[in-house]
Design a protein around this ligand. Structure first.
Ligand SMILES: [Zn+2]
Length: 309
């Protein structure tokens, strides 16, 4: 198997990195991977992760919830419940941003691209709000579910769409809901996205926050390290630096409070706790108190980005 060693920090270019701790792949194959941290900018990443062509098998466990739609188990049921609430919120957020840009939300030309769209629920939400939608999803299984459930046809790679840029296929809004941390070439992806986004358009990123309250509490058991599927572990500071490097600025960001509960329950399960639901709920409530007033301690954060022209 071929693995990728990160020699140069993708955020700042520094070549000096130190090990933080080893994390285990609790979800699929049980292998361990070292989390490293850049000496210069503090960016954390998974070291020695599988190449793009090899990583598919780490998603293959039966219940990778965002690919298969499985409802099995209490924690997956909670995921689905949280998702139904989040879908409406995400839809309102996207439309709110569109209105802030001075555009007519009832107009017919508004279009949105969701990269890493999984089984297509968010695209379907936006389609039902009158948006023209396109999506990119690598997992053939997830694409099939999206096509069957919602009749939405998806591309398997960003490059399929970015080659259309010459045909003026540009988007008002591009979203990556918990996706950037999975992409091997983050700088390349952001470059493509910048080209596909209208100058006045908005990029929305949702990312786990490795400087969150729950990340500090669970350390190597923190479920959102999710090695080796998560290659990069962003914080508000490091994503801000990466954004600037790629011609974007973060105009605002906000906490995703429900993620704290889901991630804490999974983390308790990984730690071997016999009542992960109860303990996770407790940590989730503590987390809610921590993020009152500032999203910086939140388990997951939504970032709103604009092009720096
Ligand atoms: Zn760095």
């Amino acid at each position: 198997m071929k693995n990728v060693t990160v020699n140069i920090c993708p955020v700042c270019g520094c070549g000096n990195h130190k090990p933080v701790f080893e994390c285990k792949d609790y979800f699929a194959l049980g292998e361990t991977f070292m989390i490293k941290q850049c000496d210069a900018c503090g960016f954390r990443f998974t070291d020695n992760f599988p190449e793009e062509e090899e990583i598919g098998r780490y998603y293959k466990a039966d219940d990778y919830v965002s690919h298969t739609d499985t409802q099995a188990g209490l924690i997956n049921k909670i995921y689905h419940f949280a998702r139904s609430i989040m879908l409406k919120q995400k839809g309102r957020l996207a439309e709110g941003i569109y209105k802030e840009n001075g555009a007519d939300v009832n107009g017919e030309d508004k279009n949105l691209l969701d990269i890493g769209c999984g089984t297509g629920y968010f695209l379907n939400e936006m389609k039902s709000r009158g948006w023209k939608v396109k999506g990119v999803e690598k997992s053939a299984d997830a694409r099939e579910v999206a096509e069957k459930n919602f009749g939405i046809e998806l591309a398997d790679d960003i490059s399929v769409l970015s080659s259309d840029v010459s045909n003026k296929q540009r988007f008002d809004i591009i979203t990556l809901w918990h996706v950037l941390e999975h992409l091997h070439d983050v700088n390349g992806a952001l470059k493509n996205i910048r080209e596909m986004l209208k100058d006045e358009g908005t990029l929305i990123l949702a990312l786990p926050n490795s400087s969150s309250f729950d990340a500090d509490k669970y350390r190597e058991y923190w479920a959102a390290y999710d090695v080796p599927r998560h290659l990069w572990h962003f914080t508000p500071d490091t994503i801000s630096r990466l954004a600037v490097k790629n011609g974007f600025i973060i105009t605002k960001y906000s906490a995703m409070p429900l993620d704290t509960f889901y991630v804490s329950m999974l983390s308790e399960k990984y730690k071997g706790n016999s009542v992960p639901f109860v303990r996770g709920m407790f940590t989730g409530l503590q987390g809610l108190l921590k993020i009152t007033g500032s999203p910086d301690a939140a388990s997951s954060i939504i970032y709103i980005l604009k092009k720096k022209i």
